[in-house]
Design a protein around this ligand. Structure first.
Ligand code: GBH
Length: 464
């Protein structure tokens, strides 16, 4: 393997957002509800709102109307790329007597009602149909298609933990329906097939004339044995196989990880030989959303984590890193480098970092103080440095770094109580205010663009 001496000259540096989290305008131009429109407005059986602050994406940052302001921000931060999502329910018209089509991404409620959405293999044809419309309409403009964002989250949060739409779970406090022991794996299987058959369509009918590439974005932490015992080493492997491997192994290698088969037995669906043909190798690149790392011990009964207990406190009592305002992120850049290098060595495809970011405690302070988001800057400093080390020292082929997120937005089950933006949004006025981290990211971008002589120390030396 040759070791790169510089970041690739076409390196993409920018930000990511998602349609439901920023657009608002849930009924504009004939848009029908997605499962997130439903989930944010209904109540769990225990009477509780699914979203912490009882909010929804009905207005959010109003980017359906204010998109020009957002693009202006993006430009002012020096970004050369932007990852956004299409809204499925804006593209395909699910009204009877459909008349006009535009954009979106979240599962149309109509398909949830018709056959249970991702639980039914019929979703594959509907997804491919949606993909075809997008390839036909936008394909000339798109260099990189991502089929699905984070299938692990769709399957586990939506069908086991009940914290994401459609909110199914065996926990009857949370949901009247759902079976945590089977549904996540059925949903995961149909997600993989939907992705793969959409890619097949693109390759067969669009790739040659449109010249784009197509792949998937997976999320994963980096899983570290809590101590050096064989049990902890096994725990870390199982956690990785159950998160990353669940989707990456079929897509890049053609089969599910053996640890998952051992854990789930015949609850893990099988690919037919015809499906394997389509699934194996169905991604031109490796899209990766990475935020955190955890220390692993065997134990617990959550199969979506591989029955692994995860934490941040080392045997000597020290913490892995600085705690975000959300429980699932600590700032541990070494873990990011390890994950990148692992993905490169294991799957061998160009890696696109499609999300990386931090929810800072300072975001909850009044505006003046919230703009000084030092913890987020420290996080970005460490993670961008780790990325350059993975490229320059470990030889990984990494082609993008997209920070999550351009602006504060609707943070799924956390509503508006959690902010990930480098831009502060005042939800009363919809005014946008760049945080210090926006300035920091612009500086990192400047270093990345001087692609001839980046030293990892350059990034470490950047001041906010
Ligand atoms: C990304 O998911 C999403 O793609 C993006 O839309 C989102 O805004 C961003 O993260 C920030 O959250 O510990 O039970 O509360 C990252 C993957 C999502 C996985 C949250 C862990 C924790 C749920 N993570 N999940 S819980």
């Amino acid at each position: 393997m040759s070791t790169n001496t510089k970041l690739p000259s076409g390196f993409f540096f920018g930000f990511a957002t998602a349609a439901y989290q920023i657009e608002g305008s849930p009924t504009a131009l004939g848009k029908t509800p997605s499962i997130w429109d439903t989930f944010t407005h209904e109540r769990a059986p225990n009477g509780k709102h699914h979203i912490k602050d009882g909010s929804s994406g009905d207005v959010s940052t109003d980017s359906f109307n204010r998109w020009a302001q957002d693009i202006a921000l993006l430009k002012s931060y020096g970004a050369n790329s932007y990852r956004f999502s299409l809204a499925w329910t804006r593209v395909v018209d699910f009204r009877p007597n459909a008349q006009k089509t535009l954009y979106h991404w979240d599962l149309p409620q109509a398909l949830q009602d018709r056959y249970g959405g991702w639980l039914d293999r019929r979703i594959v044809d509907d997804f491919v149909h949606y993909a075809r419309i997008c390839f036909e309409a936008f394909g000339d403009l798109v260099a990189h298609w991502i089929t699905l964002n984070e299938p692990w989250c769709v399957a586990t949060h939506g069908y086991a933990h009940g914290i994401s739409a459609p909110g199914r779970s065996s926990d009857r406090e949370k949901s009247t329906e759902g079976n945590t022991s089977t549904e996540p794996w059925i949903v995961g299987h149909n997600l993989i097939l939907s992705h793969a058959y959409a890619v097949q369509l693109y390759k067969q009918q669009f790739a040659a004339s449109q010249g784009g590439s197509i792949g998937i974005t997976l999320n994963s932490g980096w899983y570290i044995p809590w101590d050096e015992s064989p049990d902890c080493v096994e725990a870390a492997k199982r956690a990785l196989d159950t998160c990353l491997g669940w989707f990456a192994d079929p897509i890049y290698k053609g089969y599910y990880p053996s640890r998952m088969k051992a854990m789930l037995g015949d609850r893990l669906p099988e690919f037919s030989p015809d499906d394997v043909e389509v699934v194996k190798g169905s991604s031109d690149f490796f899209g990766l959303n990475a935020y955190s790392a955890s220390l692993c011990q065997l134990g617990g009964d959550d199969e979506t984590n591989g029955k692994v207990k995860m934490g941040y406190v080392r045997p000597d009592g020290t913490e892995l890193g600085n705690q975000a305002s959300v429980p699932w992120i600590q700032d541990y850049p070494e873990g990011f480098r390890s994950l990148l290098t692992f993905v490169w060595k294991t799957y061998g495809k160009p890696i696109y970092i499609t999300e990386n970011g931090f929810a800072a405690k300072s975001d909850a302070l009044p505006l003046e103080q919230a703009l000084h988001d030092t913890d987020r800057i420290n996080y970005f400093r460490g993670y961008t440095r780790a990325l350059t080390e993975a490229v320059l020292e470990d030889g990984a082929d990494i082609r993008s770094y997209l920070a999550w997120s351009l602006i504060d937005n609707f943070e799924w089950a956390d509503g508006y109580t959690t902010r990930f933006g480098v831009t502060y949004v005042d939800y009363e006025t919809q005014k946008r205010y760049p945080k210090d981290s926006a300035n920091f990211i612009s500086q990192v971008r400047f270093f990345f663009s001087m692609n001839s002589s980046i030293h990892t120390s350059d990034i470490a030396a950047l001041v906010a």
